[in-house]
Design a protein around this ligand. Structure first.
Ligand SMILES: N[C@@H](CCC(=O)N[C@@H](CS)C(=O)NCC(=O)O)C(=O)O
Length: 229
């Protein structure tokens, strides 16, 4: 049975390329695992039955031969079990990949979500303007430490793994903020400043149906509109 991943059939510009179904789809592309998509209209309420699959009605959900699970991080780890190109089999490599995946979700993504909140969803509100400098300062410090931790390695777990998919997709959420100036004093986008000079996580461009993973072709969000993505 082919793996199935849920996503949206359209999302607004700001969300294109950032919907989290990109993460499992990227993983599938890396190992050549065929998958189908089940796409929803993001502007419409999900069917009540979908809440049995994902408690908040969000995407992605993955179905795989009678098994189903939600949370893109859990899905990445599940896909990692299928192929060592996604999750190293040696104990330390596996531990590193798991730890860095959680680091992306737990220690970095919350900052990026707050950034999205003040820049997109609460843009123009006074509290958002007041919060921005301290958030960028804190995120910059965290990015600097991340860069230092990665200085001597090409990939988070020593070689490419689901941790790199998690971290790269999370770091992209910093967009073209002046976080780059805080983090590295360079005009380049954050992921390049933080990672590429250190030879670490590289933003690969999986094919995803011929479209780039950076959102130029809306990969990972074939759908969408309104609301919180
Ligand atoms: N922690 C979840 C977050 C999932 C999530 O936020 N999905 C968004 C798209 S990126 C969504 O479905 N938003 C629509 C909604 O919340 O109704 C994961 O990583 O899978």
């Amino acid at each position: 049975m082919t793996v199935e991943i849920t996503g949206f059939s359209w999302v607004p510009d700001f969300a294109q390329g950032f919907v989290r179904d990109l993460r499992p789809r990227w993983a599938c592309e890396e190992i050549g695992l065929p998958y189908t998509t089940r796409l929803f209209d993001a502007a419409q309420p999900r069917a009540e039955s979908y809440y049995d699959e994902q408690p908040w009605g969000q995407v992605p959900v993955l179905k795989d031969d009678g098994l189903h699970l939600f949370e893109s991080g859990a899905i990445l780890l599940h896909l990692g079990e299928k192929d060592e190109r996604l999750l190293p089999r040696d104990r330390q490599g596996r531990a590193d990949a798991t730890a860095w995946l959680f680091a992306a979700y737990n220690s970095v993504e919350p900052l990026m979500m707050e950034l999205s909140n003040i820049q997109i969803f609460a843009a123009g509100e006074e509290w958002a303007k007041l919060r921005r400098p301290s958030l960028l300062d804190f995120a910059g410090q965290r990015f600097d430490r991340l860069a230092a931790a990665l200085e001597d390695r090409e990939w988070l777990a020593g070689r490419f793994s689901v941790a790199d998919i998690a971290m790269a997709t999370v770091l992209r959420e910093a967009g073209d903020t002046d976080l780059v100036a805080v983090a590295g004093g360079s005009p380049q986008p954050v992921p390049q400043v933080v990672l590429l000079p250190h030879g670490a996580v590289q933003l690969r461009r999986p094919r995803l149906g011929g479209r780039a993973a950076d959102g130029t072709g809306a990969a990972g969000c074939e759908a969408g509109s309104g609301g919180m993505y």
